[in-house]
Design a protein around this ligand. Structure first.
Ligand SMILES: Nc1nc2c(c(=O)[nH]1)N(C=O)[C@@H](CNc1ccc(C(=O)N[C@@H](CCC(=O)O)C(=O)O)cc1)CN2
Ligand SMILES: Nc1ncnc2c1ncn2[C@@H]1O[C@H](COP(=O)(O)OP(=O)(O)OP(=O)(O)O)[C@@H](O)[C@H]1O
Length: 213
């Protein structure tokens, strides 16, 4: 392994530690406010309202709250896929079908209990809302370090945007990146709303046409 690789990995560990400590310090009212902002920002995006299937995550702990978003999408009739963390770090996918369709799982996660569609199910999503600990100005994302989303995002379609959700302070100048890291297409922060990195990217144009309106 190269020295640069070692430096990147230890810089990632340090940034993860810092963000997780800051998240633990966030209070319930800030979390609730952030959750409403995340929900309202994404529910107002026109192309997302045309999406038949959205892969999301069901937030836990100090993560930017996505529970309101998941519920709002589901109530609107969008098919919502949520991840199931497999031993080994791959993600399986099952649908959200109301709060009763979830159960506590390992690592403090809440996961869907219904039929699982396999890691390849992400190919059917029209958008992927993914967790992150930090995102930088170029869209590189830092995850929890299991590589789950690095691998999972490889299964999404080429016209499917990946949108990372982070707290305002977690959208930073630069995240240490390794060769396997892939940028996301947009970042959503509670205070700043949705920011698209490259509006000319093939994930964005003609969404209404492709998805039948
Ligand atoms: N809400 C949510 N769901 C998600 C993710 C996520 O980040 N957020 N994931 C994104 O990849 C996957 C689960 N990935 C995980 C990877 C590692 C650990 C882990 O090692 N947890 C530590 C505790 C760390 C902590 O307290 O935050 C442990 O159990 O020791 C947990 C989940 C799929 N589902
Ligand atoms: N496409 C991939 N295929 C196989 N292994 C991968 C892939 N991407 C990353 N990994 C492995 O996953 C591990 C963690 O990677 P990294 O530190 O970038 O995770 P992360 O992006 O923080 O986490 P996550 O993707 O779960 O949000 C690394 O050891 C890396 O080699």
């Amino acid at each position: 392994m190269s020295d640069q690789g070692d430096r990147d990995r230890s810089a990632k560990r340090e940034l993860r530690r810092r963000v997780l400590a800051e998240r633990r310090a966030r209070g319930a009212s800030e979390r609730a406010r952030a959750g409403s902002a995340v929900r309202d920002a994404l529910m107002a995006v026109p192309w997302l309202s045309m999406a038949g299937t959205v892969a999301c995550y069901y937030s836990v702990g100090g993560e930017p709250d996505t529970r309101g978003l998941v519920t709002a999408l589901w109530k609107r009739g969008t098919y919502v896929l949520l991840p199931v963390f497999l031993p080994g770090g791959d993600l399986d996918w099952a649908s959200f079908d109301g709060p009763d369709s979830l159960a506590e799982a390992g690592h403090g996660l809440m996961e869907p209990t219904g039929p699982r569609y396999g890691p390849g199910a992400l190919a059917r999503a029209d958008a992927v809302v993914c967790p992150a600990l930090a995102v930088d100005r170029a869209g590189m994302r830092l995850g929890r370090g299991a590589g789950c989303y690095d691998r999972a995002l490889a299964a999404k379609g080429p016209h499917t945007p990946a949108i990372a959700v982070v707290h305002d302070e977690e959208w930073v100048e630069r995240v240490p990146a390794e060769p396997h890291d892939r940028p996301v297409d947009a970042v959503l922060t509670p205070g700043g709303g949705l920011h698209v990195f490259d509006p000319a990217s093939p994930v964005w144009p003609d969404r209404g046409d492709r998805h039948g309106g």
